[in-house]
Design a protein around this ligand. Structure first.
Ligand code: DX5
Ligand code: ZN
Length: 218
């Protein structure tokens, strides 16, 4: 069971401190939400900030590319220190080709599907990827509410991974907090992304991570 705090909701004037606080709280990965203002209506983090995050921690950087035509930037994010690159099924006309490029760069491969995207759209690649990301909010912003139908989709995704003998992590991304973390894990999620639940926690990010871990009974 891994917890991957999303730095999208952190105080960027104190990025290194905020990353280290999440790490002190027991974070397993650091989730880096990259947005280009085209694939999603927001612009956030690029290779420069990713490189800054790289200097702040040795934890795996789980880079989530919410960008059009991600092939153009794979190398730049790997150079910046990404340990895994997740692309969106909706942004990749040649998903197997894009995944092969990520694999050739020597980092973990991830595919994300939006709430309205059917799981069948990634069936042909899940046997060979490292992370399948189920978006439980519409991508673009932190602090949104978990879409309830995501739990059933996680269950279906877990069944699909088992059926196809995939060893991919099943990551859920969006609106996860201490109240619904257990539900997501019971449905089959193995990685929980949490941004606002961690960084808006009244006692700070370390406590935010601990609260989710505690809710899981760990
Ligand atoms: C949304 C991002 C998510 C988001 C998570 O587009 O992919 O990673 O930042 O933040 P919370 O946990 O606040 O929904
Ligand atoms: Zn994300």
């Amino acid at each position: 069971m891994k917890i991957a705090p999303s730095i999208l909701s952190c105080d960027f004037s104190r990025l290194a401190e905020e990353i280290r606080a999440a790490e002190a709280g027991g974070a397993d990965w650091i989730h880096v939400d990259v947005m280009d203002g085209h694939f999603v209506p927001n612009i956030t983090i690029g290779p420069v900030i990713t490189e800054g995050a790289r200097r702040a921690t040795d934890l795996p950087l789980d880079v989530h590319l919410m960008i059009e035509a991600p092939d153009r930037y794979l190398e730049a994010f790997v150079k910046a220190g990404a340990d895994s690159l997740t692309v969106h099924q909706e942004a990749c006309p040649d998903l197997p080709g894009t995944l092969a490029k990520i694999r050739a760069l020597g980092v973990r491969t991830g595919v994300a599907v939006n709430p309205d995207t059917p799981l069948d759209s990634v069936r042909h690649v899940v046997a060979d990827i490292d992370v399948l990301v189920i978006m439980s909010v519409h991508p673009g912003f932190g602090g949104q509410r978990y879409i309830p139908g995501s739990t059933a989709k996680l269950r279906r995704a877990r069944l699909m991974l088992e059926e196809l003998h995939s060893v991919a992590e099943l990551e859920v991304d969006g609106g996860i907090d201490a109240l619904n973390a257990r539900e997501a894990v019971d449905a089959g999620a193995s990685v929980l992304v949490a941004g606002s639940a961690v960084y808006a926690h009244p006692e700070g990010a370390a406590e935010g991570v601990r609260a989710i871990r505690k809710a899981l009974g760990a």
